[in-house]
Design a protein around this ligand. Structure first.
Ligand SMILES: *Cc1c(COP(=O)(O)O)cnc(C)c1O
Length: 406
């Protein structure tokens, strides 16, 4: 387990890329030049209309943007309170929001002349999105994955290989995500000249949290315009699940200046309150450094990273993006948690009222919506970011719901 260090003791910590006290860049000296190069290339790309034209064209014609903002009429009626809208990121190519970021970083890697992409993946969803974009752009792709995760996510391993990616099993430590991250970092240090590290959420050292957020901002850009078209007013609240926090920050971002719009992030409440049984960083986590950034981390009294649990692999991580840590401390966003049980129930409810099978991650946001909607009135609007579709979770659902007559 990596030790959480006090950032005041880290020499390279005092750099740009801060969200309040959080964020920064806590990496070995060997990676500082690569992160600087990435930061500059990204700034140039941001200012280049041609880059945006290519990105927009692929988001539209390849990924399927804009995604619909759907009025969930039967769910609204059933809950008897606020009007509920679903932002349908589940309808994107590969079935989740992750493709927004992968296309953006893939184009950036090409622009930087880097022909080799590395990534790490736990559940395999980010690995599949990365392998997809590498195939699309003709880039070499290596995905690191713990062998335990490979066993649990066999189908995604096969998908990645079918798409032409090399999946490298990691046998160190607990053979899960954090071990895969360590291996990917080692690869990057060695091959940094030819290789781009395609990070999958608003985590890691600067500029990743800012850059990944920007690639997902399109979610709230569209949603804000769409809700004004449909309702001629802004939502009461925007609700999104929070793993690393990329779909949530994408869904929140353009609403941050709209002070009357509540922003609600939903973490994985798992199976209990005890450390090790959940992944709710704002329920027992404390500030610390993990994998290059300073944010809330679930850790024990000795500062060792705690084990986490969630029925949804995509939310099962000990840290959270640094911008969420800042939004939490400032009070601009609220964070709550939904349990495994509530997420499973929400999946069944959404399936049976709307004919939509959400990803188990997204079902955490739906669960919060189900809790909140009846406490609000008919004039209120709840917008739920449906980050992904549930096809990938059928095995888990079949197992978990067997005894409940579902
Ligand atoms: C990966 C994933 C998440 C969690 O990642 P964030 O960075 O927190 O968005 C949420 N939903 C789905 C469908 C995912 O695949």
């Amino acid at each position: 387990m990596s030790t959480v260090v006090n950032p005041d003791l880290t020499a390279s910590g005092n750099v740009a890329g801060r969200f309040g006290a959080y964020g920064g860049r806590y990496v070995p000296e060997t990676l500082v030049a690569a992160l600087d190069e990435l930061e500059h290339a990204y700034a140039e790309a941001q200012a280049d209309p041609e880059f945006h034209a290519r990105l927009d064209a692929l988001l539209t014609d390849y990924a399927g943007r804009p995604t619909p903002l759907y009025f969930a009429e039967r769910l609204t009626e059933k809950l008897g309170g606020a009007r509920i809208y679903l932002k349908r990121e589940d309808l994107l190519h590969t079935g989740a929001h992750k493709i927004n970021n992968c296309i953006g970083q893939g184009l950036l890697a090409q622009r930087m002349g880097k022909q080799r992409i590395i990534a790490e993946t736990g559940a395999g969803q980010h690995g599949v999105a990365t392998a997809t974009v590498c195939a699309l752009l003709g880039l070499e792709c290596v995905v690191y994955m713990g062998e335990e995760d490979m066993r649990r996510q066999e189908l995604n391993v096969y998908r990645m290989r079918l798409l032409g990616a090399e999946v490298r099993g990691v046998t160190s430590g607990s053979r899960t995500l954090k071990d895969a991250i360590n291996e990917a970092m080692r690869d990057w240090v060695t091959n940094v000249r030819t290789t781009h590290y395609l990070l999958g959420s608003v985590l890691g050292a600067h500029p990743y949290p800012m850059m990944v957020r920007d690639f997902h901002r399109v979610i709230s850009k569209e949603a804000r315009r769409q809700i004004l078209e449909k309702e001629n007013r802004l939502p009461t609240a925007v609700i999104a699940c929070v793993g690393g926090g990329s779909n949530a920050i994408g869904a929140f971002y353009e609403f941050i200046p709209d002070k009357d719009v509540r922003l609600i992030g939903v973490e994985a409440g798992g199976s209990g309150e005890r450390l090790g049984t959940h992944a709710a960083r704002f329920r027992g986590g404390a500030p610390g450094v993990l994998q290059g950034t300073y944010s809330y981390v679930l850790q024990d009294d000795d500062g060792q990273v705690a084990l986490t649990h969630s029925v949804s692999a995509g939310l099962d991580y000990a840290s959270i993006g640094p911008e969420h840590a800042a939004l939490h401390d400032s009070g601009r966003a609220e964070y709550t948690a939904a349990s495994d049980e509530q997420a499973l129930e929400a999946t069944v409810t959404l399936a049976r009222t709307e004919g939509i099978l959400p990803a188990l991650e997204s079902a955490h946001a739906v669960a919060e919506c189900i809790r909140l909607a009846p406490t609000l009135g008919r004039h209120d609007i709840l917008m739920v970011n449906l980050s992904g579709r549930g096809d990938k979770d059928m095995g888990i659902l079949a197992r978990e719901l067997k005894l409940k007559g579902a």
